[in-house]
Design a protein around this ligand. Structure first.
Ligand SMILES: Cc1ncc(COP(=O)(O)O)c(C=O)c1O
Length: 378
């Protein structure tokens, strides 16, 4: 089997039997003519299956080592559909410090329909086991938590999930299959916001799910069609196109992230740098065991709210914008943006302070990025 950089570059190649097109054709159609009464080409209606989307789904399944992949209109559409696997009265254990939209979906929507949720500290395996209830059905973690970049012990959680007979669901948006393949470590379902590194150009919203076994694949296939939160063919093509350059983008983004994280540590106005690529970061040993890279998102705390404000106002190159993973560097104030829907108390407990900034490092020259940050942090 080819190595991952080759699989990535060849995403979709050789999958068009009609013309040999190297780039996957965009099947911009809602429906498909049937050859004869009671017959089908295998494609009936694009909510159910679309050839462009299917190539993306097969690509992700291959990259993640899963039996099937499913593409959705956004990362949250993917998560909403996965949560439809569970019934009223079921219980989920969720690692704290996850994406703010995940909290919002669980607390403000799915809990209304009777799904119970317990939040546990990301890095404490005993807390997950203590939270188990008779109706616990799943454990949900992010492979690197957002925005404080804590790292859960995937091997311990996979063992616990297996012992307890519950599903281990891993949101691998921060690392992508290039750095980490959670299904290989015992996860049952992997979720990606493809809006981030996979699409990679700050131009597309998409979500992907891959699964380890055929029974789950069948249930998710049913739900994808029944809920209908699917990815359109144009956006499926954009994600496929992004995936082709994932390896080179991630290598460059991570090189820049290492350089900037090390430099940030030397700045007098920076109180703390959180990046699991730094050898003394608490997340480093755990991630180094299961992943081949650390990603390109850095969180750092500055000395005062005023420093954060001045930095955001004075940056010329790095855009003050939500999201991460694209070729252009972005900076976020999680307390005001991605995690604004949490209570002030929850934000404090989770370390989402008003002086915490999240930097998504792009593929620019690190010298220019540092020059952009330098004037305020000196
Ligand atoms: C870790 C993580 N998971 C899921 C999502 C949701 O993805 P989307 O914005 O594509 O709906 C995000 C969005 O920022 C995220 O950061």
């Amino acid at each position: 089997m080819s190595r991952i950089a080759t699989l990535l570059a060849h995403a979709g190649v050789g999958e068009d039997p009609h013309t040999g097109s190297i780039s996957t054709p965009i099947y911009q159609t809602s429906t498909f003519a049937h050859p004869a009464l009671g017959q089908s080409t295998g494609f009936d209606y694009s909510r159910t299956t679309n050839p462009t989307r299917l190539v993306l789904e097969h690509t992700l399944a291959r990259l993640d080592g899963g039996v099937a992949g499913f593409a959705f209109a956004s990362g949250l559409a993917a998560l909403s559909t996965v949560l439809c696997l569970f019934d009223q009265g079921d219980h989920l254990i969720v690692a704290e410090g996850c994406y703010g939209g995940t909290y919002r979906l669980l607390d403000q929507i799915f809990q209304r329909f009777g799904l119970a949720v317990s939040y546990v500290p990301v890095t404490d395996p005993a807390a997950y086991s203590a939270a188990l209830r008779p109706r616990t059905r799943a454990i949900l973690v992010e492979s690197v938590s957002n925005p404080c970049l804590w790292v859960p012990d995937l091997e311990a959680l996979a063992a616990l999930a297996e012992r307890a007979g519950v599903v281990l669901l891993v949101d691998n948006t921060f690392l992508t299959p290039y750095w980490l393949r959670p299904l290989e470590w015992g996860a049952d379902i992997v979720l990606h916001s493809a809006s981030k590194f996979l699409a990679g150009h700050n131009d597309t919203i998409a979500g992907l799910v891959t699964v380890r076994d055929a029974a789950l694949a069948e249930r998710l296939g049913f739900l994808q069609n029944a809920v209908g939160a699917i990815l359109g063919p144009q956006d499926a093509w954009l994600v496929l196109r992004g995936i082709k350059t994932l390896a080179v983008r991630l290598e460059q983004q991570q090189r820049n992230a290492f350089e900037i994280a090390g430099w940030l540590r030397t700045r007098p106005r920076v109180a703390r740098v959180l990046y699991s690529g730094l050898p003394d970061d608490p997340g480093h040993p755990g991630l180094a065991r299961v992943a081949s890279g650390f990603g390109a998102v850095i969180a750092f705390e500055v000395d005062a709210v005023d420093t954060a404000r001045r930095l955001i106002e004075q940056l010329q190159l790095i855009a003050y914008a939500e999201s991460f993973g694209g070729v252009e560097s972005l900076i976020t104030v999680p307390a005001l943006q991605t995690h604004a829907n949490l209570s002030a108390e929850d934000r404090r407990r989770l370390g989402v302070t008003d002086t915490l900034l999240r930097l998504s490092v792009g593929i620019e020259d690190a010298v220019d990025l540092i020059a952009d940050l330098e004037p305020v942090l000196a």
